[in-house]
Design a binder for this molecule. Structure first.
Ligand SMILES: Nc1ncnc2c1ncn2[C@@H]1O[C@H](COP(=O)(O)OP(=O)(O)OP(=O)(O)O)[C@@H](O)[C@H]1O
Ligand SMILES: [Mg+2]
Length: 254
C-alpha cells in the first residue's frame, strides 16, 4: 500500500544543503561538499569539535558568508537562500556565537530595531520586545546600552532578538555558552516551548548532555563534513554507546 502523504511528508525540509563548500580567503577549507537535510519541525543538534565548520555552515545558511562553489545549494523551507537572500533570511532567527550587538543601542532598541528590519510595525515591535524583555528577565536593563550588560545578559538579548520576528526556523549557535545553570534551564524550557509550538530548532552546543536532553536528531561534523547523522537513540544503539557524549568521543575521538 502506498504510504499516506502527511503534510509533514510533502512539506519542504526546513534546511536542505547540497554540496556546500566554503574556502576562506586564507585557504582554510571550512566546509567540504557538505550535504545536510533538516526536516521541518525537528529539534536538530549540530555537534562537533572547535573549528569543525558549524558556525560557517550557519553563516552560509543566513547569507553571511560567500559560498565558494557556485554549484552549492542552500534552501530554507524550499526557498533558495542564495538567489533570494532576503526572503530566506526572514525565515530564520539567528542567535550568533559571537555577540554582535550594536553598542549604541539599549536592550529595548536592539529588539525594536530588529523588528523594524524584519518588517514589523512600530507598535507590534514594541509589544513583542516587551514580552521578550520579561521572558528573558531583562526588565531591569531594558534601557541599558548593550556594552553595559553582563556576558549572560548579552546571551539572553541575542536569543530574544532571534525570536523577535517569530521565524519558523531558529538557529542557535552555542546559545548557552557562559550562561548560569538556572538560566540555562529556563532557556531550555523556553526553547522547548517554541519547538512544541512548531518551530524548527537548529542548535549547536559543546554541552553534550544538553544535546542529549533536547535534540531529536543530531549530526556530528568534523573537518567540514558530516561524520554521523541520526536520532540519538538509533546512533547510540548502532555504536553501542550509553550517551551522546560516548558517541561523540567514539566518532570524533582524538
Ligand atoms: N573569517 C574566517 N577567515 C578564515 N578562516 C575562518 C574564518 N572563520 C572561520 N574560519 C576557519 O574555518 C574553520 C571552521 O570554523 P567555524 O567557526 O565554522 O568552526 P566551529 O565548528 O563553529 O567551531 P567552534 O566550536 O569553535 O565554534 C576553522 O578552521 C576556522 O579557523
Ligand atoms: Mg562556532
Amino acid at each position: 500500500m502506498a504510504a499516506r502523504m502527511t503534510p509533514a511528508a510533502i512539506a519542504p525540509p526546513a534546511v536542505r544543503i547540497t554540496d556546500l563548500t566554503k574556502v576562506y580567503d586564507d585557504g582554510t577549507r571550512a566546509l567540504d561538499r557538505l550535504s545536510l537535510e533538516i526536516p521541518a519541525g525537528s529539534f536538530f543538534g549540530l555537534l562537533g569539535p572547535n573549528g569543525a565548520g558549524k558556525s560557517t555552515l550557519i553563516r552560509a545558511l543566513c547569507g553571511l558568508v560567500r559560498v565558494s562553489d557556485p554549484d552549492s545549494r542552500i534552501e530554507v523551507f524550499g526557498c533558495d537562500a542564495r538567489a533570494d537572500v532576503v526572503r530566506a533570511r526572514g525565515l530564520v532567527g539567528l542567535s550568533p556565537q559571537d555577540p554582535n550587538l550594536d553598542r549604541f543601542l539599549t536592550v529595548r532598541e536592539t529588539l525594536t530595531y530588529h523588528g523594524g528590519y524584519f518588517g514589523m510595525g512600530r507598535h507590534q515591535a514594541r509589544e513583542k520586545a516587551d514580552e521578550l524583555i520579561d521572558a528573558f528577565d531583562l526588565r531591569a536593563k531594558a534601557n541599558t546600552r548593550t556594552p553595559r550588560l553582563s556576558g549572560g545578559m548579552k546571551r539572553r538579548l541575542l536569543l530574544a532578538r532571534a525570536f523577535m520576528h517569530d521565524p519558523p526556523l531558529l538557529v542557535l549557535d552555542e546559545p548557552t555558552a557562559g550562561v548560569d545553570v538556572e538560566l540555562r534551564m529556563e532557556l531550555h524550557d523556553y526553547i522547548r516551548g517554541l519547538h512544541a509550538s512548531g518551530r524548527t530548532i537548529l542548535l549547536t552546543t559543546h554541552y553534550l548532555e544538553e544535546a542529549e536532553a533536547l535534540c531529536d536528531d543530531i549530526a556530528l561534523i568534523q573537518h567540514g563534513r558530516i561524520a554521523m547523522r541520526g536520532t540519538p537513540d538509533d546512533l547510540k544503539l548502532e555504536h553501542g554507546a550509553e550517551t551522546v557524549e560516548d558517541l561523540y568521543l567514539q566518532v570524533i575521538g582524538r
